[in-house]
Ligand binder design. Structure first.
Ligand SMILES: CC(C)(COP(=O)(O)OP(=O)(O)OC[C@H]1O[C@@H](n2cnc3c(N)ncnc32)[C@H](O)[C@@H]1OP(=O)(O)O)[C@@H](O)C(=O)NCCC(=O)NCCS
Length: 333
């Protein structure tokens, strides 16, 4: 299409909140683009989509905008805000309307609405983009997003870039990471213009010396029910979920472990050893990643002993605290 047609087209595109009436159109957009292989498998479930729509309409941390042309849904974008981080999801534009500025329009609206509705609690945006998805990478860097790192590869030459942008960094923080990660962290902090003092000086070790009472002797793994169809819970003897594993991204070949409770070192060690054992012995799992509090040098040291490496710096990722992503892969280049 010529430029003038593009402008006329965009003038007739209406950006609206997604509503329950759009359910079939949403599914069509997903399946036309991805078939049944969209990485966030939860979006194939009607009850989960409805829950997102409800949260969108009630302004409960979800912003979901659709681009409509002549009544048809031609593009969509979700921003889900969890503990001050907005995660971009479901960025899709219908094939015949690609390269017409639809995603630019949606991104503009989503950005505006996030600023309007979330105030000072909204600190940064994260987006996971496949290394092969050049279009989305080119789009996002125009909005000044920077690379925070990558996930470990789960197949040969397949990994995600973790992009991020800091929206509101309100005060200086002291970070005391493992000295082995100093250079990477310093570079990310600089390129993100983050307010961080980074120190490896042991005299600041009080930053990391937080202790937690929460300790358990044994754990169980259990598939979590809806709305977590892709997650395995790690449960304490009292049935509390102390950590979660996200799986099933691309043939279950990538496991991401997240601690959901403030656990003491001994318990974290127990969980990490269990997961590493699963990882080593289950042939279908190619890669493993674990976000860790940036000041938790002790756990970082343990993972270094097990040959995990630094993959990314994740500002605000753990309930507002910075994290680093450590990981391991069986894929060899
Ligand atoms: C990525 C995608 C959402 C872009 O939507 P779009 O409406 O076509 O994008 P726009 O027309 O608004 O273009 C915005 C910018 O993206 C970049 N871009 C878009 N398509 C591109 C392509 N095929 N090649 C290179 N850059 C591209 C350009 O920088 C473009 O700006 P420009 O036109 O000024 O150069 C669309 O291609 C799509 O639906 N892809 C499949 C699903 C997907 O990959 N989603 C992202 C998951 S993280």
């Amino acid at each position: 299409m010529s430029n003038i047609n593009k402008i006329q087209f965009l003038k007739n595109v209406e950006i609206k909140d997604i509503s329950y009436a759009d359910l079939d159109k949403i599914m069509l957009l997903i399946t036309e683009e991805y078939g049944n292989n969209y990485q966030e498998q939860e979006f194939y479930q009607e009850n989960i989509i409805k829950n997102y729509i409800k949260r969108n309409l009630n302004n409960e941390g979800v912003h979901w905008k659709g681009a409509f042309y002549e009544g048809n849904l031609v593009g969509q974008l979700i921003s889900e805000i969890i503990h001050g981080i907005a995660y971009l999801k479901l960025a899709i534009v219908k094939q015949q309307f690609k390269r017409m500025g639809v995603m630019k329009l949606l991104s503009y609206y989503i950005e505006r609405v996030c600023h309007e509705h979330t105030g000072s609690d909204f600190k940064c945006v994260h987006a996971l983009i496949s290394n092969e998805n050049i279009a989305m990478q080119k789009h996002i860097v125009k909005y000044n997003y920077v690379r925070l790192g990558t996930t470990p590869p789960w197949e040969l030459n397949k990994f995600f870039y973790i992009f991020g942008i800091i929206v509101y960094d309100y005060r200086w923080k002291l970070c005391v990471p493992n000295p082995k990660f100093y250079v990477e962290i310093f570079n990310t902090v600089k390129s993100n213009k983050l307010n961080r003092f980074i120190s490896i000086n042991p005299s600041f070790s009080n930053v990391q010396s937080q202790t937690y009472d929460y300790e358990i002797d044994s754990i169980r793994f259990e598939q979590l029910p809806n709305p977590f169809p892709q997650k395995i819970g790690i449960l304490s003897p009292k049935n509390e979920i102390v950590a979660e594993i996200s799986e099933n991204k691309y043939q279950k070949s990538w496991y991401d472990l997240l601690f959901t409770k403030e656990l003491n070192y001994r318990t974290k060690e127990l969980i990490v050893k269990n997961i590493l054992d699963k990882f080593e012995h289950n042939e279908s799992i190619n890669s493993l990643s674990i976000p860790i509090n940036i000041n938790d040098q002790r756990l970082q040291n343990l993972l270094l002993i097990y040959k995990l490496k630094y993959f990314a710096y994740l500002p605000f990722y753990l309930n507002g605290l910075d994290a680093i992503l450590m990981g391991k892969t069986k894929i060899k280049n």
